[in-house]
Design a protein around this ligand. Structure first.
Ligand SMILES: Cc1cc2nc3c(=O)[nH]c(=O)nc-3n(C[C@H](O)[C@H](O)[C@H](O)COP(=O)(O)O)c2cc1C
Length: 463
C-alpha cells in the first residue's frame, strides 16, 4: 500500500486480544445538517432504498460490524424556515422496515434499528425484531431508547414526554417482558416432523404470563426463537438510570466521544456495574460516536469539513445552536459582536463545549461567526485528519479503556463512508486493530458476544 503522507509509524503490537468494533451511524444523507446539499450524498436517498443499499454494501465490503439507524417517532420541531433546509428528521424510513429490506441485499453485516419503549408495546417489539432477526439470519440489534424529545409524546396521546424516571421504569419492565417473549420457544422446540405430525414440542413452548406495573402480556410469542437466541441489545442512555439499565441489559452502549478522560470514566463506571447482574464485562461493547473527516492530507480533510460548514444556511446553524444552548437567539444581529447578555448561564449538553463557545464570543466574535464555529465544533468532533491521525485517535481510545470500538458519524453518505473504508480501514488493519474478514455469520459473532441461554432450558438443565 502506498504510504499516506503524514502517516505515523504507530506500533503494530496489540495490547488487547480483541479488535475494534466499527459501526456506521445512519442519517440518510450523513450526519452533517448540510449533507443533503453536498454532491457526496444522494439527494433522493430518503425514499430510495438503493442509496442505503450502496452504503450497506460499502460497509460490508470493508467488514464493518453493523449499520446503526437512529430514530425518533416524530418530525423535528422548530423554525419552519430552518427545518425545510435541514430534512434529516423530516423525511426518512422507519428503521425496522429499512433494515429488514437491507438485510436482503447483504449477507454478513449487522443492522441496528432504534425503537422506543415509550411508544410501542412489548409484544410488538418482540415480534418485529424476532421476525427481522429470522429474515436477516441473525444480524439484527434493537437500540432501546426511552425517547428524549417532547415532540414524540404529541404523536402518542400525550402532552409531551413522560418524566425521565417513569420512562426508565417503563423501559426496564418493557425489556424484561420482551426478553421473556423471546424465550417462548426453546432453541430446539421445532420438530418439523411430518411422520408424527408434530410441528413443535409442546413442552418447549412457554407462556410468559407477565403481569407488571406497566404491562400485562400473556404470550407466548408467535415466532420461533431467533438465530441469535435473541437480537443484540444496544442502548445510549447517559444518565444514572441509563447506565444502570445498560449494565443490566445492554450488549452495546453508544456514547459521545467528547473527551478521553470522561469516556474512560464512563467506560469503567458502566462496566463496573455489570458484575452485580452476573454479567461479564466482555458482553458489553462501549462504542462512542465520532465524526470523521479524513483526507490523504490534513489540508484535504480540513477542506472537506469546511465545505460542509460553508454549505450550511445560517438559519440551520441557528436552530442547532439554540437547541444546544436551550435559548431563543432570534433578533440577535448576525454581523455584530454577540451580546454576552444573550448567552445563557449553562447549556444542557457538553460543559466543555459550552465553555468553549463562551470563550469564543467573549473575544468579540459575531453571531454569524459563532454559528459557524459551533457547527464546526459540533460536526467536526476533533477527528479531522489523515488516515494515520484518525487511526492514532482510535488506537489510543481502544487501548486505554475508553472504547471497544466506534460508531462512525459519517458527515456525508455515502462519500464519507467510502473515504473511511478506503483510507482508514487499511491503516487500522496494518496495525492489527481491525478484522480482515468476518469471524462468523451473525452480529453476535462479529461483536464477540455470547448467546443468552433460553431461561426454561437453563432451568431444566440446572435440575
Ligand atoms: C450516539 C447516540 C445515539 C443516540 N441515538 C438515539 C436515537 O436514535 N433515538 C433516540 O431517541 N435517542 C437517541 N440517543 C439518546 C439516548 O437514547 C438518550 O436519551 C440520551 O443519551 C440521554 O440519556 P438519558 O435519557 O439516560 O439521560 C442517542 C444518544 C447517543 C449518545
Amino acid at each position: 500500500m502506498r504510504k499516506q503522507p503524514d502517516m505515523t509509524d504507530a506500533p503494530t503490537t496489540r495490547t488487547r486480544p480483541d479488535t475494534l468494533k466499527l459501526g456506521t451511524f445512519v442519517y440518510t444523507f450523513g450526519f452533517h445538517p448540510a449533507a443533503w446539499l453536498h454532491p457526496g450524498s444522494d439527494v433522493h436517498g430518503a425514499n430510495d432504498l438503493s442509496h442505503l443499499v450502496r452504503c450497506a454494501k460499502t460497509a460490508e465490503s470493508a467488514k464493518l460490524d453493523f449499520m446503526f439507524f437512529a430514530d425518533s417517532p416524530a418530525s423535528a420541531v422548530g423554525d419552519p424556515a430552518a427545518l425545510c433546509r435541514n430534512p434529516t428528521k423530516m423525511n426518512r424510513f422507519e428503521p425496522i422496515t429499512a433494515i429488514t429490506a437491507l438485510s436482503q441485499h447483504t449477507s454478513r453485516i449487522g443492522f441496528v434499528a432504534t425503537a422506543s419503549t415509550s411508544y410501542y408495546e412489548p409484544y410488538n417489539i418482540a415480534r418485529l425484531f424476532a421476525s427481522a432477526d429470522h429474515i436477516a439470519k441473525g444480524r439484527i440489534a434493537w437500540n432501546v431508547v426511552t425517547s428524549d424529545h417532547d415532540e414524540t409524546g404529541y404523536n402518542y396521546n400525550r402532552e409531551g414526554l413522560a418524566p425521565h424516571a417513569e420512562r426508565y421504569e417503563r423501559g426496564q419492565e418493557f425489556i424484561d417482558t420482551v426478553f421473556g417473549l423471546w424465550d417462548s420457544f426453546e432453541d430446539d422446540a421445532l420438530l418439523l416432523d411430518r411422520t408424527s405430525g408434530l410441528y413443535y414440542d409442546k413442552n418447549k413452548l412457554h407462556t410468559l404470563d407477565h403481569k407488571g406495573k406497566h404491562f400485562q402480556v400473556r404470550g407466548p410469542l408467535n415466532i420461533a426463537r431467533t438465530p441469535q437466541g435473541r437480537p443484540v441489545i444496544a442502548q445510549a442512555g447517559g444518565s444514572e438510570q441509563g447506565m444502570e439499565l445498560a449494565a443490566r441489559t445492554a450488549e452495546m452502549v453508544f456514547s459521545l466521544a467528547s473527551n478521553i478522560d470522561r469516556n474512560r470514566a464512563f467506560y469503567a463506571d458502566v462496566k463496573g456495574r455489570m458484575a452485580k447482574y452476573g454479567r461479564d464485562e466482555n458482553d458489553l461493547k462501549i462504542m462512542p460516536g465520532v465524526v470523521v473527516n479524513v483526507g490523504e492530507t490534513r489540508e484535504e480533510a480540513e477542506a472537506k469539513a469546511q465545505a460542509l460548514v460553508d454549505l450550511m444556511h445560517p438559519d440551520v446553524g441557528l436552530l442547532m445552536l439554540q437547541e444546544f444552548l436551550e435559548t431563543d437567539l432570534h433578533g440577535v444581529a448576525l454581523d455584530e459582536p454577540f451580546p454576552m447578555d444573550r448567552m445563557p448561564e449553562k447549556a444542557k449538553g457538553s460543559k466543555a463545549m459550552f465553555a468553549e463557545l463562551k470563550d469564543f464570543v467573549s473575544q468579540g466574535h459575531t453571531m454569524r461567526e459563532l454559528i459557524t464555529h459551533y457547527a464546526r465544533q459540533h460536526t467536526g468532533n476533533g477527528l479531522i485528519g489523515t488516515p494515520g491521525q484518525v487511526a492514532d485517535f482510535m488506537q489510543e481510545w481502544f487501548e486505554t479503556g475508553a472504547a471497544d470500538g466506534f460508531i462512525l458519524m459519517c458527515p456525508t453518505l455515502p462519500s464519507s463512508l467510502e473515504d473511511f473504508t478506503r483510507l482508514v480501514v487499511p491503516e487500522l488493519r496494518r496495525r492489527g486493530l481491525f478484522r480482515k474478514d468476518y469471524e462468523g455469520e451473525t452480529l453476535r459473532a462479529h461483536l464477540g458476544l455470547s448467546t443468552p441461554p433460553n431461561r426454561y432450558a437453563a432451568a431444566r438443565a440446572k435440575g
